[in-house]
Design a protein around this ligand. Structure first.
Ligand SMILES: N[C@@H](CCC(=O)N[C@@H](CS)C(=O)NCC(=O)O)C(=O)O
Length: 252
């Protein structure tokens, strides 16, 4: 039987979306295996990992989104590569990708969870999409446990959410400044891993309609959160993330 690569995910996760986008872009064959948070460890731990995404190919087990993008670069056709050949541009792309991974993705998650976790029925839709039936059945037990863990391990509360939002705004300002000379992409003149990382990791804060995982509709979210999303959507960086989704995110 032919081997098909497996992508282990939370359907909602923007780090998983980053990888899903890179895979879809080069039509890399894979099956996505979605899990509830906490229960994902039953899959990732035996593979030597912890967090999602994890990509299992015939030859390798890749446990970090940046490593997965690097791996895909070795199999991508030349016109779809995400890292420029020129070393100076390549380094710039890698530095931006690392910054978005370490800061932007963490902040948008902390801010987004503060609001989203307040609504159990919305979270049920988001977390349960695509997971095995037995995991879905455990949702009522897993939800309070997972909420407690997310609040403590990601430091999610009102003050930290407000602080995270201000930091997201600072990152958006820096990206807007970079784009203010009219350039179409963050580095060079092609879509790169920097653009893909910015768009996917900012996605919880601008909610692009083409998001490849699952997001709630704006009318399912608290008004305060929607107001903050609208403010970010109106910035140059926000419009840019939405444009990248419209132009570059191929259908799943
Ligand atoms: N550095 C990782 C970060 C991924 C990450 O933070 N994943 C979160 C979901 S958004 C996760 O799996 N959390 C649960 C865990 O760490 O067990 C990457 O870029 O792949």
């Amino acid at each position: 039987m032919e081997f098909t690569s497996r992508l282990i995910t939370f359907r909602i996760s923007h780090y998983c979306e980053k990888v899903r986008w890179a895979l879809d872009r080069i039509s890399f064959p894979y099956v996505e295996e979605c899990h509830l948070p906490l229960l994902h460890r039953l899959k990732t731990t035996p593979l030597g990992g912890s967090s999602v995404p994890v990509l299992v190919t015939k030859a390798e087990i890749l446990k970090d989104s940046a490593d997965i993008l690097k791996h895909l670069e070795t199999v991508a056709p030349p016109h779809l590569k995400l890292y420029p050949d020129l070393p100076v541009l390549r380094q710039e792309v890698q530095a931006l990708e690392a910054e978005f991974n370490l800061k932007l993705g963490v902040l948008t998650r902390q801010w987004g969870y503060f609001y989203a976790l307040q609504n159990q029925s919305v979270m049920k839709e988001l977390w349960c999409e695509g997971v095995p039936t037995w995991e879905k059945l455990l949702f009522p037990i897993m939800f309070p446990l997972t909420c407690r863990l997310i609040h403590s391990s990601y430091n999610v509360h009102r003050d930290s959410a407000s602080a995270a939002y201000r930091q997201i705004q600072r990152i958006f300002e820096r990206v807007s400044d970079r784009l203010s000379d009219g350039r179409r992409y963050l580095v060079g003149d092609c879509f790169s891993a920097a653009d893909l990382a910015f768009a996917s990791l900012s996605a919880p804060s601008v909610v692009p309609p083409q998001y490849g995982g699952c997001f709630p509709e704006l009318n399912q979210l608290p008004d305060e959160m929607v107001e903050q999303i609208q403010i970010l959507r109106e910035t140059i960086a926000g419009k840019y993330a939405l444009r990248l989704y419209e132009e570059e995110r191929c259908p799943v």
